[in-house]
Design a protein around this ligand. Structure first.
Ligand SMILES: [Zn+2]
Length: 263
């Protein structure tokens, strides 16, 4: 099979469905940082795993990763297309990229909003400047090897039930407040219904198997049921295409950020 030219496929498509995954969450330059893995382990084992996306953002800034610039260029390439972005990566650089209004959904959450850790279902709220400074301080401490989890109490108690406030992402666990993204999710499912029988390019970029029911499986299904779909799966390791999609799609063994950088 001739390798797909992604730029050309984007031009030919009527609609473009994009999935962003773990490879964008953790670029090579961040992975190489010795402090990164140590901090990650520390948070994973702690009572505060919901700080993980903040740690990724912090380290991305620390190594001056070019993820933001790469995504800005990608948004520019997509500018005159009818597209939708679904991301299981939780980075600030994805949330901040200049996508078209209302065309991004991040179902796993981010480090950009706070929610109540308890059971009350107040809507998640954006971080205040004070919260952002505190988070930066906690991450700075962690980077220096002196993590002080008690500082996170400074994010305040919930005004309604006095439970602690935590970052609104899946690592909160069973009390993850999905109100942070549900409205966008409805927009997305509506948009997805509109792709049927249209020339849709499905671009899956660096999506692993951590949350396969959000992007990988539904994207395969969308490609399977649409006669005119073209499916490109770009991934360093998990690039294999299912048997049913042979001929319609192609798996490319490449890191997603490298792929976008060279578009
Ligand atoms: Zn509460």
């Amino acid at each position: 099979m001739v390798p797909v030219n992604i730029r050309e496929q984007i031009e030919k498509a009527e609609m473009v469905l994009v999935g962003l995954g773990e490879e964008l969450q953790c670029p090579e330059s961040v992975r190489r940082l010795p402090e990164y893995g140590t901090g990650r382990d520390r948070l994973t084992e702690s009572e505060l795993p919901w700080l993980l996306p903040a740690w990724d953002d912090y380290c991305e800034g620390r190594v001056k990763a070019d993820t933001g610039a790469v995504l800005e260029k990608f948004a520019d390439i997509l500018a005159d297309k009818n597209y939708f972005i679904v991301s299981v990566a939780m980075n600030r650089s994805i949330a901040d990229a200049p996508w078209k209004e209302g065309r991004l959904v991040m179902p796993c959450g981010t480090a950009l909003k706070l929610q109540c850790a308890g059971k009350c279902d107040r809507d998640p709220i954006p971080l205040s400047e004070k919260d952002k400074c505190l988070l930066e301080e906690i991450m700075g401490d962690l980077y220096q090897g002196r993590f002080q989890p008690e500082k996170a109490e400074g994010l305040g108690p919930c005004e309604e039930c006095r439970s602690p406030m935590v970052l609104n992402n899946v690592w909160v666990g069973k009390n993850y407040n999905e109100k942070g993204y549900l409205e966008q999710w409805h927009q997305y499912t509506k948009w997805l219904q509109g792709t049927l029988n249209r020339r849709v390019l499905i671009l899956e970029l660096g999506v692993g198997m951590r949350f396969p029911t959000v992007i990988r499986f539904p994207f395969e299904k969308a490609a399977f049921f649409n006669q005119k779909a073209v499916f490109c799966r770009i991934n360093e390791k998990l690039y294999h295409m299912t048997e049913e999609l042979k001929g319609k799609g192609q798996g490319i063994s490449q890191n997603a950020i490298d792929c976008l950088r060279n578009l």
